[in-house]
Design a protein around this ligand. Sequence first.
Ligand code: TZP
Ligand code: MG
Length: 228
Amino acid sequence: MSAKEYDYSLYLVTDSTPAILGDKDLVSVVKSAVEGGVTIVQYRDKVSETADLVRIAKELHEVTRAAGVPLLINDRVDVALAAGVEGVHVGQDDLDLKTARKLLGPDAIIGVTANSEDEALEAAKNGADYLGIGTVFATPTKENTKSIIGTTGVQQILSSLASAGHDVKTVCIGGINASNAQRVLYQTTSPKKKLDGVAVVSAIMGSSDPAAAASDLRKLIANPPLFA
Ligand code: TZP
Ligand code: MG
């Protein structure tokens, strides 16, 4: 499947820290989230050693592959290659996009974090498959976030991508949950470009019922809000 054909609408970013995962099992939570309807998963783990990252990535991949859901690895192209997953998500300080593409090949999904119009345009120009736009709202999940761009910032980035003629996919991230997902999706739409999805961590990983949390979010994002 080409990267362009993937469904980015409900993008789960995992978190293995006790503050969010609690005493739940990572693979079980991802399995439930996939059953509940997440459409793409990013394994994000800032603490495990390389060998553990590869082992866990392979376990997660068994779960996602069975459901036809792509799995991406945060930061680590080497782990993505070793585990044979569908792609990576790289930030502005990680391995650069062109090198990641060279290593992973044309069919891999490569996503890039974009915090500004310049970062978004640069990543789109260099062939990112999708952009993770944010941080939209302040969130305790990632404290070292650069500027909080709000829905207005997301809208500005979408507008400049549209003006430059880029058809890169877009999701946004940061503080998104069932109470604001519809608003974020539908109120950031620029005249020519809309978000392809929302990315969440704690709204699903921190839930005591990840399947229900995912399924609730799926329903919300499938429908425009009544107040729009
Ligand atoms: N990148 C920008 S904000 C963020 C990441 C990984 C964390 C988002 O977490 P949450 O719990 O969905 O607010
Ligand atoms: Mg990173």
